[in-house]
Design a protein around this ligand. Structure first.
Ligand code: PLP
Length: 387
């Protein structure tokens, strides 16, 4: 059997056509394809504004900036995420803290957040921004998070890198409840532009700040300038921004991929349900399903149940890799990375995230995975677990 990765992009002829059309056109960047992609992404996610960026890390960076994060600010996120969810605050000179996860959903625990907020309030050091992560594509507890945000006055920046196309109480993520949401289009995610990301918000002023920050802090709109421009060549730099633009080549791929996002999600959902059934008798915890939300199923992560399962995660991982299966682990808790340990974090700080990590194992899940390949993965896992 061919090597089975944990995730991979799905590129079809219409994607290739779309990219080739841009290559034959006048603009490779800053042409019409980016605003077209932004409009279709905003429509799909019921968001008033969508700002395309070069990757989700850049999106998280300018989102923090636009929300006013700077030296002296405090930002909290989930330790069960990719390091970018925390690094974005440090880029702005802010301090980072973490909130432990709910072991069932593996998302930020609302209970732990509430407890930490009440302590932080007593100590006079509340976070300005909280960044919950829709882990594996399962939407976080948005209503409860919004209530706490209103009560304690922090902004909610969702890292929805895994959650393109996911829904919460019938609405797409990226619209309600969030101040800002960020999505990733890296090839392992649910849709791709190679590198790429999107920032959505319902706030017009935030959106225009994000657009400025994406492109050097420069505007070419006469209506936004401090004085009437002397001529059509004029532009104004109004803040210190970056070059975080997406190209037209990537945006065309994005629009084409977005048209298949629902179909790809349905396929991922069918494969995830099939895993749920095939793994039911094994000594592992399967991903949670919640009736009021639909996961984008970016990842299918099982957690070995230490009480029922004598096998070590490391050995199970190695046996799957030896069988040609690209098992993976999501995530090493961010606070246990050497860089974060240097900043004062350490083992024991976020016990649920740490315990989850000890047994976590990501199995292959992507639209082109066949049932035959999936059966092969399940059998290899059974053997590796000694079940
Ligand atoms: C992939 C990922 C990112 C970073 O996305 P890029 O587009 O690669 O910059 C950030 N947060 C999470 C949770 C991710 O999975």
């Amino acid at each position: 059997m061919q090597f089975i990765p944990y995730s991979c992009q799905q590129i079809d002829d219409s994607d290739i056509e779309a990219v080739c059309r841009v290559l034959r056109s006048e603009y490779l960047t800053q042409g019409p394809a980016v605003p077209e992609f932004e409009e279709s992404f905003a429509r799909k996610h019921a968001a008033a504004h969508a700002v395309a960026v070069s990757n989700a890390t850049a999106g998280l960076h300018i989102a923090c900036h636009a929300l006013g994060v700077g030296p002296g600010s405090l930002v909290w996120t989930s330790p069960n995420s990719f390091v970018a969810s925390a690094n974005c605050a440090l880029y702005c000179g802010a301090d980072v803290g973490f909130v432990d996860i709910d072991p069932q959903t593996r998302n930020m625990s609302v209970t732990d957040l509430a407890a930490r907020l009440s302590r932080a309030k007593a100590e006079g050091r509340l976070p300005q921004v909280v960044i919950p992560v829709d882990f594996a594509g399962l939407p976080c507890d948005r209503a409860e998070l919004r209530e706490l945000a209103n009560q304690y006055g922090f902004k909610l920046l969702f890292d929805s890198s895994h959650a393109v196309g996911a829904t919460y109480r019938g609405e797409p993520v990226g619209s309600n409840h969030a101040d800002v949401s960020v999505f990733s289009f890296h090839p392992v995610k649910v849709m791709t532009t190679a590198e790429g990301g999107m920032v959505t918000t319902k706030d017009a002023e935030l959106a225009s700040r994000l657009r400025l920050l994406r492109s050097h802090g420069i505007t070419r709109e006469a209506s936004q300038m401090s004085a009437p421009p002397e001529g059509a060549w004029c532009y104004e730099q109004q803040s210190l921004g970056f070059n975080y633009r997406l190209t037209d080549i990537q945006a065309a791929l994005g629009t084409s991929q977005l048209a298949r996002v629902d179909a790809m999600r349905v396929r991922r959902d069918a494969l995830a349900r099939r895993y749920d059934e095939l793994l039911a008798a094994l000594p592992v915890f399967r991903p949670a399903r919640q009736a009021d939300r639909e996961s984008a199923h970016h990842l299918y992560v099982v957690q070995l149940d230490a009480e029922r399962c004598p096998a070590k995660r490391r050995d199970v991982f190695t046996r799957l890799r030896t069988a040609g299966i690209g098992a993976n682990v999501h995530y090493i808790p961010i606070h246990l990375q050497p860089y974060y340990r240097q900043r004062g974090f350490g083992p024991g700080d976020f016990p649920h995230a740490e315990r989850y990590y000890e047994g976590a194992l990501t199995l292959p899940l992507y639209p082109a995975l066949t049932y035959e390949q999936q059966d092969y993965v399940v059998n290899a896992l059974k053997n590796a677990l000694g079940a």
